[in-house]
Ligand binder design. Structure first.
Ligand SMILES: [Zn+2]
Length: 298
């Protein structure tokens, strides 16, 4: 039995999962934006899950937006959670619960989760992109998270995707793929097409009603995603792509445009065109499944 936690910018969620993937009820709580508050919320949610777990808990696995040095078990300088800078999460959990602790970047955990229980179940190689507030990425090679020699693993969201987008990325630069493909980028595209919506939530209704401005914005978004994917497949040569995060729900409206751009960009290198581009069946679960699989592998 494993306790799996996903610690995000504003929420913490978690559950117990056993080695066959059987899962308990998912507990949610909001995350106070202080170090003390985060510690307290973690203790409460982990105690809650432990008390409901039907078997003996062996390990705790926690996925979180980084960057985190997973070897040391500490946050580096998390752009969206500055209050957790240098927080030694592994020691904290070890001291409090006396259980072995595994830490992982949330997008990398999500990638592993998709081959364990998600849209790429049974595959051994995959690249998974989390499209939401940011652009998270995870690369899995031979069933293992690939991180090279980097403490936090690859950060494909910060690949340069060209000039023309003035918005600054969390890393301090402009032109990062994240600024072209995150939720704000899509919102800006919708506005630029003349459709005034206050929140991206309103976009779903416009799309269901086949609003031409919304449809056009999603096609343009798909084109950007296709450009981006044509670059990452050229680096990694991995033919299974998974999409997660909040924006993946809109894939039916942007995926064919992404595929067209991929086919065009790679027309002379057709072997690089991904065989599968699929959507996570449950983006809220991917990182939790991934933590479970990572602890099984340990
Ligand atoms: Zn960046």
């Amino acid at each position: 039995m494993f306790i799996c936690i996903d610690l995000g910018g504003s929420n913490i969620r978690g559950t117990w999962i056993n080695s066959s993937g059987l899962t308990g009820r998912v507990a949610h709580s909001s995350r106070p934006k202080t170090l003390d508050g985060t510690k307290k919320s973690l203790i409460t949610i982990i105690n809650d899950i432990r008390s409901q777990c039907p078997g003996k808990v062996q390990k705790i696995g926690l996925a979180s937006a980084g960057p985190m040095d997973t070897q040391k078990g500490a946050y580096l300088n998390p752009t969206n959670m500055p209050e957790l800078k240098n927080f030694h999460l592994r020691n904290f959990l070890l001291d409090r619960f006396g259980l072995e602790v595994t830490l992982e970047n949330d997008a990398q955990a999500a990638a592993l989760g998709e081959i364990f229980k998600g849209c790429l179940t049974g595959e051994t190689d995959a690249m998974v992109f989390t499209l939401g507030t940011g652009l998270g990425s995870g690369v899995v090679v031979n069933n293992r998270i690939w991180r090279g020699k980097l403490p936090a693993g690859p950060e494909l969201g910060h690949l340069y995707l060209g000039p023309g987008r003035k918005v600054k990325c969390g890393c301090g630069q402009t032109g990062c793929a994240e600024t072209w493909l995150n939720a704000k980028a899509l919102h800006d595209l919708v506005l630029a097409n003349g459709l005034n919506i206050i929140s991206l939530r309103d976009l779903d209704t416009c799309l269901e009603e086949l609003n031409p401005m919304a449809i056009k914005a999603l096609k343009q978004y798909g084109h950007r995603l296709g450009l981006y994917l044509s670059q990452v497949v050229s680096v990694f040569g991995i033919s299974n792509i998974g999409l997660g995060g909040g924006l993946s729900r809109l894939a039916p409206y942007f995926i064919s445009s992404a595929q067209q751009t991929l086919a065009h960009r790679l027309s002379k290198r057709k072997w690089l065109i991904p065989e599968k581009i699929c959507n996570s069946p449950d983006p809220e679960m991917s990182a939790l499944w991934g933590m479970c699989y990572l602890m099984i592998q340990d």
